[in-house]
Design a protein around this ligand. Structure first.
Ligand SMILES: N[C@@H](CCC(=O)N[C@@H](CS)C(=O)NCC(=O)O)C(=O)O
Length: 207
């Protein structure tokens, strides 16, 4: 039996990408086998591994299954014995987790907008709901633009969440963010330039 961990995720999942980026930063990507998942397929074992049927989830060689992406990233840091992505002092740690929640929440709201377009009939679409979700994205981006997470010398976990969120917004375009936030564009450009392997984890999905 392989000692590899199995990461159940599609390559297009922004939450899955966040975990894949963390594995690269931690130098343990070789120990993680990515196994595609389809949350819409009732026969996919994803629903047995994570009853919520959401990806990513991480299946350990012991059979234990970890979700969601925040839990997985924290576990991988502990597994790699690497404390660089999270501060140690308790308030700083709580603040970092809030920053992650904000960037991840932008992804959640963007996903809601994409799902509204994908899964609802024209007659069922709600402008109110779309605008409610759009507000989360735009307020979230504005708040993050006031305090950008570090890119160098050290990345933090919230930098990975933000890179993943912006990459997803670029790909699915639920909102136009580039013209509104040149500082976030510059942040993402620098992130991609300094971390080409992490940048490639997106281009992998958008071809
Ligand atoms: N909070 C979760 C969110 C995971 C999530 O929403 N994943 C999406 C794909 S990016 C999904 O599985 N959607 C299918 C569904 O909700 O059924 C995490 O951080 O892992």
């Amino acid at each position: 039996m392989s000692d590899d961990m199995l990461l159940r995720t599609s390559l297009t999942s922004p939450f899955g990408r966040k975990v894949r980026m963390a594995a690269i930063v931690l130098g343990i990507e070789e120990q993680i086998q990515v196994v595609g998942a389809n949350p819409l397929d009732e026969n996919d074992s994803l629903r047995r591994q994570n009853p919520l049927g959401k990806m990513p989830c991480l299946v350990l060689p012991s059979g234990d299954v970890l979700y969601d992406s925040k839990t997985i990233v924290e576990y991988l840091c502990a597994y790699a014995n690497n404390s660089d992505l999270f501060p140690s002092q308790s308030l700083d740690l709580a603040i970092e987790r809030s920053r992650i929640a904000l960037a991840d929440g932008i992804i959640d709201a963007a996903l809601m907008m994409v799902y509204e377009g994908r899964f609802r009939e024209q007659s069922q679409k709600s402008e109110f709901w779309l605008s409610h979700q759009r507000g989360k994205v735009t307020r979230g981006l504005h708040a993050i633009s006031q305090q950008l997470p570090p890119i160098a010398p050290g990345l933090t976990a919230s930098s990975l969440s933000l890179a993943s969120a912006l990459g997803y917004l670029d790909w699915r375009q639920p909102v136009e963010w580039r013209s509104v936030h040149p500082e976030l564009v510059a942040w993402l450009d620098e992130f991609n330039q300094r971390h080409p392997l992490l940048a490639a984890s997106l281009s992998e999905i958008s071809v």
